[in-house]
Design a protein. Structure first.
Length: 213
């Protein structure tokens, strides 16, 4: 009887550990570098549970714009640090259906110490090919974030076409024009840091006014 109780206790303990691991989420800061032609932009992502803050940073280090997101309510707010204004951004654009070919090549490499695997997404009708290097981890926020942002950019739209990417994160993606082989855009993670993020990071500052259209 004691042995049976002991086994049941261990089983419950193991179940709790597994459940806890399955709901673990990334909390921290991710810095992304984006290049489109001669345009160079740094994005800083702050993540905590369902709360996301994205800062667009210019080459001189100035924060040009901020987006705050609540992935639970799917609400997004745009903030202008220069004008100290904010407004809620509507998300009315329907999802676009894409005709893409997806190939998981089996190739792997390390980026920032994280093992990544290669996925190539091709859209011949749009003359585009994007090579993604993707890592698996506690990145549950990323797919919901892309869907909430609903950006009509190839880098985001093509990634959403890849199945089974829950808990994954693209450390590097390179977009090519198929016809010329030229690079159109790149997105590269410069740092991924797990750390505690203060709750006020995701709150609109009190000295910001609401922009009235």
């Amino acid at each position: 009887m004691k042995n049976n109780l002991h086994k049941i206790g261990l089983s419950i303990f193991a179940s709790v550990l597994i459940a806890s691991a399955s709901i673990a989420q990334f909390e921290g800061e991710i810095i992304f570098e984006k290049n489109v032609g001669k345009i160079h932009v740094i994005y800083k992502y702050f993540v905590k549970g369902n709360d996301i803050r994205i800062e667009e940073v210019g080459e001189d280090g100035t924060i040009d714009g901020i987006q705050l997101m609540d992935l639970e309510t799917k609400k997004t707010y745009a903030l202008s640090p220069e004008r100290k204004l904010w407004f809620e951004t509507p998300n009315r654009r329907p999802a676009k259906t894409l005709d893409v070919d997806i190939k998981k090549t089996g190739e792997t490499k390390e980026i920032l110490g994280k093992k990544c695997f290669e996925v190539i997404v091709t859209n011949k009708a749009n003359d585009r090919k994007i090579i993604y290097w993707i890592t698996k981890g506690d990145y549950e926020f990323f797919i919901p974030m892309l869907k909430t942002l609903n950006r009509k950019e190839n880098q985001a739209m093509y990634y959403l076409e890849i199945k089974g990417m829950e808990n994954h994160f693209p450390m590097l993606s390179i977009e090519y024009a198929i016809s010329t082989g030229n690079v159109v855009s790149t997105l590269k993670a410069e740092s991924v840091e797990t750390k505690k993020i203060a709750d006020e990071t995701f709150v609109i500052p009190k000295d910001y006014g609401k922009f009235e259209r």
